[in-house]
Write a protein that binds this ligand. Structure first.
Ligand code: CP
Length: 308
């Protein structure tokens, strides 16, 4: 493990893999300090942030809001439906406005992959961008809170056996996590329907069945079936999916004694995993949610302290 006493400073957070290992470990350490009750010096200055969510969210949006309030940040309310977006204003012009009125950082979730490129290339926009999810692209803050959750459990990533299971193609969580977990030394496996597996994942891990994975992995990372990203009319049976690719109660009984279940949520109960398993002793799903607050505090601090 890399131990760092240096303060992490970030201009933007767009993808997880743009972070160095030292920055990842620094953010994990800082999140753990916040979890233990540490306070930030950010509270002594006035900072403004805006959470611009153009796709629905419960966890990312609300845990950023809690993190911002814990850090004493003034959060500018924004609702795409009642803003000038409803009059046709572009994302660029919305962020340009936030920058001009003195917002130091924008947390943005948007359906378009790489939406952030034109924002960071702008010479006029000075606000920092924190990517809260871009289409099926990246979800760096979810990846970092997942890394925190795994690190808390095992104290390392090296040689951990981790299965990422389900709707791989449409999951920005899978995309961010496979790259980072592989880089940090974990052995990865992928499970799920063939149609959601892509040969490019071979660079990160091996495609096996969930029945092969269940007995050997330390982490079963289940993914939400992203119906909203599937083609209209796509045939899908919840029961068949759960039987063939889901974490059933029977499969969970075959997990190693210290293995854990993760899921970014929202969970489709009885589809990706059995209802009873969501809050079971093996599950770290609620811990992922609460870790989201502390990791997002660490990210906000790393972005904002350079702007003091
Ligand atoms: N895990 C996650 O991103 O959840 P939300 O879509 O509710 O933010």
């Amino acid at each position: 493990m890399i131990v760092t006493s240096e303060k992490i400073s970030l201009k933007h957070l767009l993808t997880a893999e743009s972070l160095s290992d030292q920055e990842v470990m620094g953010l994990i350490q800082r999140a753990q300090q916040f979890k233990q009750g540490d306070r930030s010096q950010l509270n002594e200055q006035q900072f403004f942030t805006a959470n611009l969510f153009f796709e629905n969210s419960t966890r990312t949006h609300k845990s950023f809001e809690v993190a911002e309030k814990k850090l004493g940040i003034d959060v500018i309310e924004f609702d795409a439906k009642t803003s000038s977006v409803s009059k046709g204003e572009s994302l660029y012009d919305t962020v340009l406005t936030m920058s001009a009125i003195g917002v130091h950082a924008c947390v943005i979730r948007h359906g378009e992959e790489n939406y952030y490129n034109e924002l960071i290339e702008s010479k006029t926009i000075t606000t920092s961008i924190i990517n809260g999810g871009d289409g099926s692209g990246n979800h760096p803050t979810q990846c970092l809170l997942d890394l925190l959750t795994i690190y808390e459990e095992f104290g390392e990533f090296e040689n951990l056996e981790i299965a990422i299971c389900g709707d791989l193609t449409h999951s920005r969580v899978a995309n961010s996590n496979m790259k980072m977990l592989k880089r940090l030394g974990a052995n990865l496996f992928f499970c799920g329907p063939d149609e959601w597996y892509n040969k490019q994942y071979e660079a990160y891990g091996e495609f096996i069945t969930i029945d092969e994975a269940i007995k050997k992995v330390d982490v079963m990372m289940m993914l939400r079936v992203q119906h909203e990203r599937h083609e209209e009319g796509h045939a899908f049976s919840k029961e068949n999916y759960h039987r063939d690719y889901g974490l059933t109660n029977e499969r969970a009984q075959q997990m190693k004694a210290k293995a854990i279940i993760m899921h970014p949520a929202p969970v489709n109960r009885d589809v990706e995993l059995a209802d009873e398993l969501v809050e079971s002793y093996q599950s770290r799903i609620t811990q992922q949610m609460s870790n989201g607050v502390f990791m997002r505090m660490a990210i906000l601090e790393a972005i904002l302290h350079g702007k003091a």
